[in-house]
Design a protein. Structure first.
Length: 331
């Protein structure tokens, strides 16, 4: 695959270029790559090294993304690139996001055809940070829509506003990883900042994209009920019906000295978030009832889940008991 010309950059003099895709805004010298490892300065022009270069391909349950209110019970073709815009100490996929690994090229048409052959509802761009695939996404998403397939993004949301507004209308559903509600956490443990992520969530919601949010709850770092309350209160300002997934942390990467999140901590976070949001879930641990979707008006169970086993009552779009509309995209 030839290197693909990148978007969102400018010349910076002396042969250098300034990338404008993500808030890192890397200043890149000739022959060097940006922090994401996949955008290189070649002869004073920025090119993408990752266009269509896929590190992994699999069929996953849509709930694994996690997306609980988007075509529940569906299977989706899932792929990801090699690289990331952040350098999180707790990265769960650091072997493919922080280190260079072999890749396989899939053209946009090959990818869409593969999704069709697999009986998938679409393609989920996931596993690492798919926004570094920006040019590839711009080409693939319209092709998916032409064939009736969905484009799903699982992302850290770390993108500048102009490209965010360009890509958001092409995405049917996204799960955004809101790593903390504290900018210090982003700076110390992720190498980034929180405001661009919050703005991405707002832009996606404004564009009509189905949005869900995940927070990996790490003991001693972002796990207080006060912080979870602030996060949930802010999300409710974007949309009270945005589903929030509170996920259990397990030691990974540069945080192997920490312990898994205690169940009691997750339960307190769950109760704190439910004061502000209609739909809150706990993941990576079984706590009875916290995987199910309940009607925000009457409390009736609308979707029952056990792991990736799903049972939707009625259409899913309305409560079978009181008729209240349930946020989501339903079969």
């Amino acid at each position: 695959m030839a290197h693909h010309e990148a978007k969102h950059w400018e010349s910076a003099g002396e042969g250098k270029v300034r990338c404008g895709l993500c808030p890192n805004r890397c200043l890149i010298a000739e022959g060097r790559e940006g922090r994401c490892m996949v955008r290189r300065n070649e002869g004073g022009r920025l090119v993408s090294l990752s266009y269509g270069n896929t590190v992994t391909v699999a069929i996953d349950p849509i709930e694994k993304k996690p997306l609980y209110h988007f075509l529940p019970g569906s299977a989706i073709l899932s792929i990801g690139p090699n690289g990331c815009t952040l350098t999180c100490d707790h990265c769960q996929n650091w072997q493919i996001s922080q280190e260079r690994v072999p890749v396989r090229y899939l053209s946009p048409t090959e990818l869409v055809a593969l999704a069709g052959r697999q009986g998938s509802v679409g393609v989920a761009f996931t596993y690492t940070e798919p926004l570094i695939w920006f040019e590839y996404l711009l080409d693939v998403c319209p092709l998916l829509h032409e064939t009736g397939l969905k484009a799903v993004l699982v992302t850290n949301g770390y993108l500048e506003e102009e490209p965010a507004r360009e890509i958001a209308p092409l995405i049917d559903a996204c799960n955004v990883d809101l790593k903390s509600f504290d900018d210090r956490f982003y700076r110390e443990y992720c190498g980034g900042s929180i405001e661009p992520v919050k703005r991405f969530i707002e832009i996606a919601a404004e564009a009509g994209t189905h949005v869900e949010v995940t927070c990996l709850v790490i003991p001693g770092l972002n796990d207080t009920p006060e912080e979870i309350s602030r996060m949930a209160r802010w999300l409710a300002g974007v949309g009270r019906d945005i589903p929030l997934h509170l996920s259990r942390f397990f030691p990974q990467h540069r945080m192997t000295d920490r312990t898994p999140t205690p169940q009691a901590t997750l339960e307190k976070a769950y109760e704190a978030a439910r004061e502000f949001l209609d739909y809150v879930y706990i993941g990576n641990i079984f706590i009875e009832g916290t995987e199910d979707t309940r009607c925000p008006a009457c409390g009736e169970t609308v979707v029952e889940r056990s792991g990736y086993s799903v049972r939707v009552r009625g259409t899913g779009g309305t409560c079978p008991s009181c008729g209240t509309s349930i946020k989501g995209v339903w079969k």
